[in-house]
Design a binder for this molecule. Structure first.
Ligand code: ARG
Length: 532
């Protein structure tokens, strides 16, 4: 018996319950994670270790004398060293694959039946036990222990507890290598849709705000310097286009991720008459693997997912950075709702944009997850290597991060108050209409090079005289540059500047309205794919 404590006996029932209400699947993973971490702590005394498998209520699932179940003990004289067991165990994080592993097990049981390896009665008993185990897992009545090594071991224990020797038949023709690759694909295909749903909710909030600000002029910036006036709605929609590419990427990723690895076995396929294509179809995959070595060693789907997650993180970060700026006293474009702002423990006046900052900050860990996994993968010889166990934590962390950041950013965007007057007043600042004057001259036959020069002189004159361009008299204009006739002042209006940019994709309010209309079906399509 090792001194590694049972996962369940060390859990915090109240915290678990609360998490379970939010997401049962995650709560199980979290409980296991917390307790695995605790195996290192001083309170982990051998004396209080039961070594048994306890459920959430503290009841033992197995007698204390039962040795830990292992899926590979046959050729070994003794059990593993505790140091190896501690290094090797993954159940504290891979337990969240349990529902997917059970789903795949059901298909595998039916395949064994079709192959004549389970008779009718055995199949019925097997499916009944898998249903019962699924229910026990979903309600926390069956929990993993650290001694289970991984999710597959824990679930085989659950099956053996329910079926006795018959439970041992399910392992025929499959390996944890093809199982785990399939489980992770199932998990990710599910969660990619959840992420897409949350991204689409954020886009919906941004479009909602953009609709109110199609006509709101704002300073458009390059190099974070005033450049040309734009519609504030146009700026908000720029973020929506980035997020719409992300959801498009997820749908495109799903096409490639939709491959079942079951039937690949450890690496070479199976000598049993399995039906990989049938299993793939039952599990909702488009197809089964074409090469068994590739099936168990390919983690492109995980890396690609992490790239998309990292890019969503970068897009959230860029939006977050803008909102941080917009809420400063210097900009003052936006005020956050109290529910989405925080205070300072020492400065009573502070109202901080922590949601936007955390969105910006979390992009770092999303990028880290991607680089971590790519680094793990880069030197691996075919086929399966245990390094691949390191694929799960970055993927889970990326999913968890996005699912916690996205709703907060959506709430912040949906409730923030845009200070229209501040934006409108700032829109022409910084000689933002200078290009309009130059283009006016061009429309009257002046070469752009000369027009640029003339308006540059006008700006320099204004800077020297602390004047705005529309305050310069006709006489002064003529002295600055003879090309600057009095009528150039007719283009010195922000509204005119916006309306003039009416080429497709431009900031003219009519074009911004078109964009909003075109985004409608895009968001509908994303909602439909995400099942939300
Ligand atoms: N926990 C392992 C993983 O996540 C499962 C596969 C183990 N396979 C093996 N041959 N040891 O990759």
């Amino acid at each position: 018996m090792t001194s590694i404590r049972s996962v369940a006996t060390g859990s915090h029932p109240a915290a678990d319950e609360e998490q379970e209400r939010m997401d049962p699947e995650r709560a199980q993973g979290d409980a296991a994670r917390t307790d695995a971490a605790r195996t290192d702590t001083a309170d982990d005394t051998a004396g209080e270790d039961t070594g048994g498998h306890a459920d959430a209520g503290g009841q033992a699932d197995a007698p204390e004398s039962t040795p830990p179940l292992r899926l590979w003990g046959g050729r070994f004289a003794g059990g593993p060293a505790e140091a190896l067991a501690r290094l090797s165990v993954s159940v504290q994080f891979d337990w969240r694959l349990a529902p997917y592993d059970l789903l795949a097990s059901r298909s595998h049981a039916r395949v064994l039946h079709r192959a004549g390896l389970l008779d009718d009665a055995e199949l019925t008993a097997m499916l009944g036990a898998l249903d019962d185990l699924s229910d026990a897992v979903a309600h926390g009545r069956f929990r993993p222990t650290i001694e289970d090594e991984d999710v597959h071991t824990a679930l085989e224990r659950g099956l053996l507890e329910r079926l006795g020797a018959l439970g041992g038949k399910l392992r025929a023709g499959r390996s944890r290598n093809d199982q785990v690759a399939t489980d992770l694909r199932l998990y990710l295909r599910d969660h990619a849709r959840q992420v897409a749903a949350r991204v689409t909710e954020l886009s919906t909030a941004l479009v909602g705000l953009a609709e109110q600000h199609v006509e709101t002029p704002a300073p458009g910036m390059t190099h974070l310097q005033h450049a040309q006036p734009i519609s504030f709605g146009h700026q908000l929609l720029a973020h929506v286009h980035a997020f719409a590419r992300d959801t498009d990427r997820l749908r495109d990723w799903d096409r490639r991720a939709s491959v079942s690895a079951l039937g690949a076995g450890a690496l070479a396929g199976s000598s049993l008459p399995l039906d990989p294509a049938g299993v793939a179809a039952e599990l909702g995959f488009d197809r089964a693997f074409a090469n068994s070595l590739d099936a168990v060693s390919d983690r492109d789907f995980a890396a690609e997912f992490l790239f998309i997650a990292a890019l969503i993180g970068v897009h959230l970060s860029r939006l977050g950075e803008e909102i941080v700026l917009w809420t400063t006293r210097e900009f003052g474009w936006v005020e956050l709702d109290d529910a989405f702002a925080t205070g300072s423990s020492i400065m009573p006046q502070k109202k901080n944009p922590d949601v936007a900052e955390l969105a910006r900050g979390k992009s770092g860990r999303l990028i880290g997850a991607l680089t971590g996994l790519l680094t793990t993968l880069k030197g691996l010889p075919l086929a399966y290597d245990r390094d691949l166990q390191e694929d799960k934590e970055p993927v889970f962390d990326a999913v968890d991060t996005l699912l916690v950041v996205l709703p907060a950013v959506t709430g912040m965007v949906a409730t923030m108050r845009v200070r229209r007057e501040r934006l409108a007043a700032a829109a022409p600042d910084g000689f933002a209409l200078a290009t309009d004057v130059a283009e006016y001259l061009v429309r009257n036959g002046v070469a752009f090079r000369e027009a640029h020069e003339a308006v540059g002189q006008l700006v320099a004159w204004c800077v020297a005289h602390d004047a705005d361009m529309d305050e310069v008299s006709e006489d002064d204009l003529a002295v600055i540059n003879p090309l600057l006739t009095a009528d150039v002042r007719s283009v010195l209006s922000v509204r005119g500047a916006l309306e003039a940019r009416s080429a497709p994709g431009g900031t003219a309010p009519a074009r911004v309205r078109e964009q909003i209309e075109a985004l409608g079906p895009v968001l509908d399509r994303d909602r439909a794919w995400a099942g939300s």
